[in-house]
Design a protein. Sequence first.
Length: 149
Amino acid sequence: MKFLTVLTILFLQVLIANANTEDMEHIRTNYVKAVSNKKLCRAMIEELSTKTGDPVHLAYLGALKVVWAKHIINPIAKFSTFNQGKKAIELAIKEAQNNVEIRFIRLSVQKNCPSFLGYNTHIEQDQQFIRDNKNKITSARLKKMIAEL
C-alpha cells in the first residue's frame, strides 16, 4: 500500500513538472510573438494575470505590459501601463534576483524601450549576470531567445 502511494505521488510530481515546463515554453514562445501581435499580447496579459506567486510569471506579465504600452494611443495611459510593467519586472527581480530568466526579461525590455523613459540602468549588469549564469539554463527556447537579443 505504501509503495502504491509513493508511486502515485511521484507520478503526480512528474505530471506537474511536465505541465510547468510546457506552460513556460508556451509563455516564452508567445512573448516573442506578442511584440508584433496586439491580440496575442492582450491574451497573454490576461492569462498571466491569473497566475500568481511565481516571480518568472510576474516578470513576463510586466514585460508584456510594457509591450502593451506600445499598442496604446493615449500618452497618459501608455506611460501608466509602461510604469505598471516596469514595477512588476522590478518586483520579480526583488523576489528572485538570481533568476537568469527574469534578468533576461528585464534586459530585453531595457534594450528595446526608448531611452528617454530612463529604464536602461541595468543593461550591463544583466548582460554580465546572464553571461556568468548561462550554464544554468535548461530551456533550448530560452537559450535561443538570449542569443537573439
